[in-house]
Design a protein around this ligand. Structure first.
Ligand SMILES: [Fe+2]
Length: 183
């Protein structure tokens, strides 16, 4: 069992968990502030209202992404059968390849609509993520279920999603507020 210390604004809290080390590597720095790690209840990511952009379609998509990534990580960590895990990997890879593209397009369309100045930078982050998911899907197809690849993928999804929503997507909401204030 590992002991994991989460820094909070009011100090630090200790979590005991069975989480693999490679997940922890990803959960460093500011990511820790935003993830509720309640290992005993097998919840890895909890959606919070403060993550809302205030755009219904995008918020709904973010919630779905949180739900799917959480489900993926929990299944990988469970005592379920190998087949159950393989099914979940297939399912998640397919979902990510399709849904992430739909979601990114919706978010980018919104940025263009409001004249968001960080559009180019943001689009590059999206494109890089799509390329990463494609890369993993290709490797998975070539080499099959490899524990190291799947765990790395799960860790990356978890960290990327929370970090991206909090550090990048919320900037879009701040931009909208700033624009409204200047009117
Ligand atoms: Fe985004």
């Amino acid at each position: 069992m590992q002991e994991y210390i989460k820094q909070t604004k009011t100090g630090s809290r200790k979590y005991k968990s069975f989480v693999r080390a490679d997940f922890l590597v990803e959960m460093t720095g500011r990511v820790c502030y935003h993830i509720d790690i309640i290992f005993k209840k097998e919840i890895v990511m909890i959606w919070k209202d403060k993550y809302r952009l205030g755009v219904a379609e995008i918020d709904k998509q973010h919630m779905e992404l949180f739900r799917r990534v959480n489900d993926f990580v929990v299944t990988l960590r469970s005592k379920g059968s190998w087949q159950e895990k393989v099914d979940k990997v297939n399912d998640t890879l397919q979902f990510m390849q399709e849904y992430v593209v739909i979601h990114f397009k919706a978010e980018e369309a919104y940025q263009l609509k409001i004249g968001y100045t960080g559009y180019e930078h943001h689009k590059k982050l999206h494109d890089d993520m799509v390329a990463y998911v494609t890369e993993v899907a290709e490797e998975y197809e070539r080499e099959g279920y490899k524990e190291e690849l799947i765990q790395r993928f799960a860790g990356k999804l978890l960290a990327w999603l929370i970090n991206h929503v909090v550090a990048e997507d919320l900037k879009i909401a701040q931009y909208t507020i700033h624009k409204e204030e200047q009117k």
